[in-house]
Design a protein around this ligand. Structure first.
Ligand SMILES: Nc1ncnc2c1ncn2[C@@H]1O[C@H](COP(=O)(O)OP(=O)(O)OP(=O)(O)O)[C@@H](O)[C@H]1O
Ligand code: SF4
Ligand SMILES: [Mg+2]
Length: 323
């Protein structure tokens, strides 16, 4: 399997009035075709910053301080203008959390899809009619003819997200990035969308980077999970390893906070972990999780733990024994 995405030692900061916020810290990740990797972490840990860095949509006050992002063998940090546009069009598909705000309320779905295609190819609806219908069907929309004539507000949240997924796949990308794509949907629809993404990834040999704050959602869709804390990958491994043998105290705490399945609702929710969230201001020495870690020693406040890896399961903690 070839790597579609390889991120190495990525550091990203935001300039703010209160100072510089070092939000992505030495992030390294890789993703092969056909693989689905979930990025899991609490709100504000840097998940969307990572996504926006990969798709080159960082706000003006952000800066990539160092690091590399290779997409399909090509360095993308530093790409600008036509080269960047071409890379985005050819290689990337992106699905965001809220499909309704991503769609234009004043145009029919047909018009919006056609406009998206026209950005890369000069075509008429007649040329691509079959292709679009086939794509909508493959995204679980059974009546593409009807759907194409509708305006976004005439569709359900699930149908809108299926449209967004279809639009993300229009140019047959090698990498699909989904930032919390099911958070705005109810549980049943969420499950259907997860199933759809999984089958599309398999069918099209797509690499999928799936961002979520829920370990349960991650377990349902991904092969591997990267646990994020304070803008760093603190643990990474296969889903089964993360669930049955979590090595980092933060992952352990996240798993403990998942209560048993709520009655009448096939969903489990993350409960807050004690202690304050990481702020990214006033960069301090030591482990980013130390202020909330039940096992923190004096050394943890002075030294940054090195990332250790064994048999494809890695974590950043200096405890000698896993507790
Ligand atoms: N443009 C910006 N300027 C300054 N700080 C920012 C900016 N965008 C995000 N941040 C800060 O960077 C940190 C990471 O934000 P980010 O949106 O990447 O987190 P997230 O994990 O996606 O959160 P959520 O789960 O709520 O979507 C947060 O502390 C956030 O306040
Ligand atoms: S390095 Fe120390 S503070 Fe950090 S997670 Fe490990 S034990 Fe906790
Ligand atoms: Mg986010």
């Amino acid at each position: 399997m070839s790597n579609i995405l390889t991120i190495e030692n990525l550091n990203v900061t935001y300039r703010t009035l209160a100072g510089r916020r070092h939000v992505l810290q030495d992030v390294s990740l890789s993703l092969a075709s056909g693989q689905i990797r979930a990025i899991v972490g609490e709100s504000g840990c840097g998940k969307s910053t990572l996504v926006n860095t990969i798709i080159s949509l960082l706000p003006d006050n952000a800066e990539i301080e160092s690091g590399s992002i290779m997409i399909d063998g090509r360095e993308t940090v530093g790409l600008t203008g036509e080269r960047l546009r071409k890379m985005r069009l050819e290689k990337l598909g992106v699905v965001f959390q809220d499909p309704f705000s991503a769609l234009d309320p004043s145009y029919t779905i047909e018009k919006q899809i056609l406009e998206s295609i026209r950005i890369s190819r000069k075509v008429s609806m007649k040329d691509v009619e079959m292709e679009i219908r086939e794509l909508l069907r493959s995204c679980g929309l059974r009546n593409p003819e009807e759907i194409l004539k509708k305006y976004p507000h005439e569709l359900s949240g699930g149908q809108q997200q299926r449209i967004m997924i279809a639009m993300a796949l229009l140019n047959k990308p090698s990498l699909l990035i989904a930032d919390e794509p099911t958070t705005a949907l109810d549980v049943t629809v969420q499950k259907e969308i997860l199933r759809l993404l999984k089958s599309l990834a398999k069918k099209n040999d797509l690499a999928v980077l799936f961002v979520t704050h829920s370990l349960d959602v991650a377990a349902e869709i991904a092969d591997r999970i990267a646990v994020f804390y304070g803008g760093r990958v603190v643990e990474e491994g296969r889903v089964e390893e993360i669930f049955s043998f979590p090595l980092h105290p933060y992952t352990q705490a996240l798993l403990k906070t998942i209560p048993s399945i709520e009655y009448g609702k096939n969903e489990r929710k993350l409960m807050p972990i004690e202690g304050e969230l990481f702020s990214f201001l006033n960069e301090e020495e030591g482990c980013c999780f130390a202020p909330r870690c039940p096992y923190a020693s004096e050394r943890c406040f002075k030294e940054s733990p090195k990332y250790r890896e064994s048999h494809g399961h890695g974590f950043a903690c200096m405890l000698e024994e896993v507790l």
